[in-house]
Design a protein around this ligand. Structure first.
Ligand SMILES: Cc1cc2nc3c(=O)[nH]c(=O)nc-3n(C[C@H](O)[C@H](O)[C@H](O)COP(=O)(O)OP(=O)(O)OC[C@H]3O[C@@H](n4cnc5c(N)ncnc54)[C@H](O)[C@@H]3O)c2cc1C
Length: 371
């Protein structure tokens, strides 16, 4: 029997599992390789920190999704890949040969970019380690009220985490000194201008300091040192900088873009190895898009379709990611900012809209805790 490996249980692969539950892939053993039995939905993670959801409501049960799809679940990480030999080596020492491989392992935080970050920063990825780290951070802030927290990065995730931590701790009377350090002039770089200004205003109202145009060069456990020498108090530092490529791809033989992500054609097939597909943050699409959950989710259905076509020896179909994505940015309480291209809006209704979308996504993939 031939074998299809789904490497990583990311946003695109949960669609593939759903498609396979509806229609099994004849003649193939399908194997899902994932280090964790659950997939945390990052869109709801700030809501967990803010206290709106229990963590179970933010997790998809990969074991259950695989079982429903008749897919064998292997709890391991892919550690190295020989694309020419069609062999994947896992961290448990197993070697898995494949006829088709689909990669949806997301990105990683580039911890090596900042001196001292490995010792003194909590990277947002892997998310499973981040969850434990955030709990420790919240506990530390409750103990030492003046414990300063710096969030490095000025994008959607960084801003949502800042608002969420502030909301949670301020609600307990333990609001920390929080700062967000970004390299752009305004937070939420790339989103609509009026939304950026609104975001800055909201950060100011909460006493969260925004450090514009700043690059952190080093961390020492008490301060973040910027490249111009400025020192910002940072007893805790969260690293929420842009997505980096998984290091293990470098020796795979796959064609990668200059940042190390898997180059795929419009059909999501590797441009160098037709037996390999990739989607989500790990993929460098033919039409480049920001590394964001929206594009990972949207790639799911075309990926499922093309894996089936490749398995059946049929012609692949092409997919073009939408040009714009809807961003809904939670701001701590039951309030959110929304952006679509040049348009921006905000309010309690935006949070309820986001909440409905997130819950529907979780329910669709079998989460029974989301209500
Ligand atoms: C706090 C936060 C908030 C965010 N908010 C938004 C938002 O509002 N909107 C938006 O569009 N984007 C948002 N993002 C970005 C979004 O999370 C990512 O773009 C999205 O998760 C990418 O999906 P993916 O399927 O590529 O990978 P992931 O969701 O990262 O999934 C990858 C999976 O692969 C597994 N894996 C990793 N390495 C291996 C390996 N070597 N072998 C096997 N399995 C592996 C991981 O455990 C994980 O299960 C946010 C991110 C964060 C951190």
């Amino acid at each position: 029997m031939k074998r299809l490996i789904l490497l990583g249980g990311g946003h695109a692969h949960v669609h593939v599992l759903e498609a396979m539950a509806a229609r099994p892939l004849a003649g193939f053993e399908v194997v899902l390789v994932s280090p964790f039995t659950r997939q945390i939905y990052s869109g709801m993670l700030p809501g967990w920190i803010a206290g709106h959801y229990p963590i179970e409501a933010c997790a998809l049960d990969l074991g259950q999704l695989a079982a429903k799809a008749g897919v064998r679940f292997v709890q391991a990480s892919g550690e190295s890949l020989d694309a020419a030999a069609r062999a994947l080596a896992c961290n448990d020492g197993a070697r898995l040969d494949y006829d088709l491989l689909s990669i949806d392992t997301g990105s990683r935080t580039r911890i090596e970019a900042i001196d001292g970050a490995a010792e003194h920063a909590l990277p947002v990825r892997p998310i499973e380690s981040f969850i434990g780290g955030v709990e420790a951070l919240l506990a530390r802030c409750r103990e030492a009220r003046d414990h300063p927290v710096a969030i490095i990065g000025g994008g959607v995730a960084a801003v949502e985490l800042a608002f969420a931590i502030h909301h949670r701790l301020a609600g307990e009377g333990a609001a920390p000194a929080l700062s967000v350090i970004g390299d752009a002039g305004l937070p939420l770089d790339g989103l609509s201008r009026n939304l950026q200004w609104k975001c800055l205003q909201m950060l100011n109202e909460r006493g969260i300091q925004w450090h514009a145009g700043s690059r952190v060069a080093a961390l020492d456990g008490s301060h973040a040192e910027l490249s111009d020498g400025t020192r910002i108090p940072a007893g805790h530092a969260l690293l929420v900088t842009g997505a980096g490529a998984p290091a293990w791809l470098a020796g795979s033989g796959l064609a990668l873009d200059r940042d190390g992500f898997v180059r795929v054609a419009q059909n999501l097939q590797s441009v160098s190895h037709p037996t390999v597909f990739a989607a989500g943050d790990v993929a460098a699409y033919a039409h480049p898009r920001p590394k964001s959950g929206v594009f990972a989710v949207r790639a799911g259905p075309p990926l499922a379709d093309n894996l089936r076509r490749a398995a059946n020896g049929e012609a692949l179909s092409e997919w073009q990611p939408q040009k714009r994505a809807l961003y809904l940015v939670a701001t701590g309480g039951r309030h959110a900012l929304g952006a679509w291209g040049p348009f921006g809006w905000w309010g309690g209704w935006v949070w309820h809209w986001k909440d409905r979308i997130d819950r529907a996504f979780m329910r669709r993939f079998g989460n029974a805790h989301v209500g």
